[in-house]
Design a protein around this ligand. Structure first.
Ligand code: AMP
Length: 282
């Protein structure tokens, strides 16, 4: 397992692999890797001859009052995690390597980024799509791996890859959770002991919404109400949004049918956590 800091070094590796007829998978991350990231790496290792993991806290996807500075970083920990999961190369550029000089070109998306996190984090998806597009051009992978944990991101990347003809297959990966149900996230490290307990309200509330749908509820607003009511039982929780949208276009639906995303964002203290589930109702 190697770590490289420059675009040229990644390209040299990939060119050599391509010459040898090897396939390449890419797992884009912001580092501080956990089992969620490792599940993506393992999937890539299974499906490709070589796997590149990018570890880059992308400044342009953070708004002015967000946690860019505080975001946890630990390359040694990440090296161990990638090695353990069987990855071949970490690409860990400095921001200056990715955004040289006067940077003025962006991948901007519509529709799938209007609601949910797109509505409350105005520059976020433009930053995500731009860096992911750059990584696709740098690594030129056959496949790239994204977690359903960030479902709106997954739907958006799938869309721009299709719209802009990037020659890469997007492979979605299920949410990996802690034993008690909390979705694994690098941001969970922000939680103190009390907040960590309170954070369970996210997965618990989603579970209530999901079982209502399983029992035949098809009214989106009623599912939202069930989830909101349950979230409101936790005094440390402050709801950012609870939404029911179609997973393809990320637009609100009144009736639950087809592939439907139920997504929430909730502050526990100062930490903003997201979670979701997807149902496919025939
Ligand atoms: P991040 O480092 O948070 O930007 O995440 C990098 C990739 O890992 C994204 O595709 C995430 O959706 C995915 N990911 C993060 N947490 C999880 C999780 N708990 N389960 C599955 N995938 C995850």
């Amino acid at each position: 397992m190697k770590v490289v800091k420059t675009i040229q070094e990644v390209r040299d590796y990939v060119v050599a692999w391509r010459k040898a007829g090897l396939s390449v998978g890419l797992v884009p991350t912001m580092g501080y890797l956990h089992e969620g990231h490792q599940s993506l790496i393992r999937k890539s290792v299974e499906q490709n001859d070589r796997t590149v993991v990018s570890v880059f806290v992308n400044p342009i996807q953070f708004g002015p009052n967000e946690d860019l500075e505080a975001y946890p970083r630990d390359l040694n920990r990440d090296m161990k995690a990638v090695e353990e999961a069987g990855g071949d190369l970490i690409f860990n550029p400095e921001p200056e390597e990715m955004y040289r000089g006067h940077f003025t070109s962006f991948i901007d998306t519509t529709e799938t980024t209007e609601l949910l996190c797109g509505a409350v984090r105005p520059v976020h998806f433009r930053g995500v799509c731009t860096v992911v597009g750059k990584l696709f051009n740098i690594v030129q992978p056959d496949r790239a791996y994204f977690g359903q944990k960030d479902a709106q991101q997954l739907a958006t990347i799938r869309r721009f890859v299709r719209d802009l003809n990037f020659p890469v297959e997007i492979v979605p990966c299920p949410i990996v959770r802690e034993a008690d149900g909390l979705a694994k996230s690098s941001r969970n490290t922000y939680l103190n002991v009390e907040e960590r307990k309170a954070a369970l309200i996210l997965s618990q509330s989603l579970k209530k919404g999901k079982s209502a749908i399983e029992q035949g509820e098809r009214d989106a607003q009623r599912v939202i109400d069930i989830i909101r009511k349950n979230l409101e039982t936790e005094p440390m929780a402050r709801i950012d949004y609870v939404e029911v949208v179609d997973f393809e276009n990320i637009q609100r639906v009144a009736e639950i049918k087809g592939e439907t995303l139920v997504a929430i964002a909730v502050y526990i203290g100062k930490t903003r956590l997201i979670d979701n589930f997807i149902v496919d109702v025939k």
